[in-house]
Design a protein around this ligand. Structure first.
Ligand SMILES: [Zn+2]
Length: 388
């Protein structure tokens, strides 16, 4: 039985993986993977569970609250009592997000970005648990939970720590305990690629830091002479931003819609009439993106039950972003485009050859469990006496 390292690298798509060059010599078998519609909250949940978003229910940071669910975020409407220049300050919002999460027992990734205060009346956050400690995500067990249940000794990075401190902690623990499964987590590449696009000069440093992190953990785990399998996986790629769209003039007057503006998506809830007016306004603005309603979302395995992420979702063409949006402003790189775009693809690199059928994020969790030889891996039942 080998020991297994899974290194998750945010924004590791096929072209980012190429830039690692010789740096990932531990994992020479490489492939592009079909990603999921949405952002990291959906892709990471898919990597961890092996389930599509339609099953685990995650796609974007913010969803719409179900009519009969308690209104967790509505106290945050009070932000609206402050002048906008004050309540949109990044530092104030970061501080408040931390305090709010701590006092409401939210252990998942939580941020307030630039969400308009009045929207907190109807918004919700699906990720309330620490994904790396959760038993399951939307009912789908994670490979970390399955491994723990099979009494595999698991070391999972604490995503809450700043990158450098997180790397140091994981390396110290790996050196002391030599776990059977180590799950490492790296986000600097995503941040740098958002800030600088694909031509930034900080990428090389970030690639170097994460590569050396992996090498140090590998050295600790391989010390006893047991084989160590290495799997490096990303959640999506990154596109250089070539067009900035101000969403404000696109919103039809007269209301009737609840709207959430992500960086690459406009998500709307409301009656068919106002939704049609919105679609028309977007078409008039010659936004060559794609409006997605229930059928198209279902075809992309997106969560549609109860329309938590929008009754209509308008996805911009690759390279365009909404700014200002409810999650940020202008940046040089972005992801969150439709399936089929290059930036929607993730990448995987592995020490072991990749099975032919491994071509999407859903296949990663079974591959990890297989590498562990974990009995908790989902399998077809086997007749008594047959070889499992
Ligand atoms: Zn990102």
């Amino acid at each position: 039985m080998s020991r297994v390292i899974v290194l998750f690298v945010d924004a590791l798509g096929p072209s980012m993986l190429e830039r690692f060059g010789e740096r990932l010599s531990l994992a020479p078998h490489r492939r592009a993977l079909r990603g999921v519609l949405g952002y990291s909250s959906g892709a990471l949940a898919t990597i961890l569970t092996g389930a599509p978003p339609s099953r685990h229910g995650r796609m974007c940071l913010f969803s719409r609250r179900g009519a009969d669910e308690p209104s967790l975020l509505s106290p945050l409407r009070a932000l609206g009592l402050l002048p906008r220049l004050v309540h949109e300050r990044a530092r104030l919002r970061r501080w408040l997000a931390k305090a709010f999460a701590a006092s409401h027992g939210l252990d998942g990734y939580f941020a307030l970005h630039r969400v308009p205060p009045s929207s907190f009346a109807w918004l919700d956050v699906p990720e309330r648990e620490d994904l790396f400690r959760a038993e399951a995500i939307g009912g789908a067990p994670t490979f970390l939970a399955r491994a723990r249940r099979a009494e595999v000794d698991v070391l999972a990075a604490r995503w809450q720590l700043p990158e450098e401190a997180r790397f140091e902690e994981v390396e110290a623990r790996a050196a002391n305990t030599a776990p059977r499964l180590a799950f490492l987590y790296a986000t600097e590449l995503d941040a740098v690629a958002h800030a600088e696009g694909s031509h930034g000069n900080r990428l090389a440093g970030a690639i170097d830091r994460v590569s050396r992190h992996l090498e140090r953990v590998y050295a600790s785990m391989a010390r006893g002479g047991e084989p160590v399998e290495t799997i490096v996986v990303g959640d999506h790629g990154m596109a250089d931003v070539t067009r900035v769209v101000d969403p404000r003039p696109l919103v039809p007057r007269g209301g009737g819609l609840d709207l959430f503006v992500d960086s690459t998506m406009l998500r709307a809830w409301g009656a068919p009439g106002p939704r049609a007016r919105l679609r028309l306004a977007l078409e008039r603005a010659r936004l060559a993106g794609s409006g997605r309603e229930r059928v198209a979302l279902a075809a992309r395995d997106a969560p549609v039950e109860g329309a938590p992420y929008g009754e209509a979702i308008f996805v911009l063409e690759e390279g365009a972003i909404f700014a200002p949006s409810h999650v940020g402003g202008r940046v040089a790189g972005m992801h969150g485009y439709d399936l089929g775009t290059r930036s929607s693809e993730a990448a995987i690199a592995s020490s072991a050859p990749l099975p032919v059928a491994l071509d999407r994020l859903e296949n990663v969790a079974p591959f990890v469990l297989e590498a562990l030889g974990a009995p908790a891996a989902p399998r077809a039942s086997v007749a008594p006496g047959a070889r499992a």
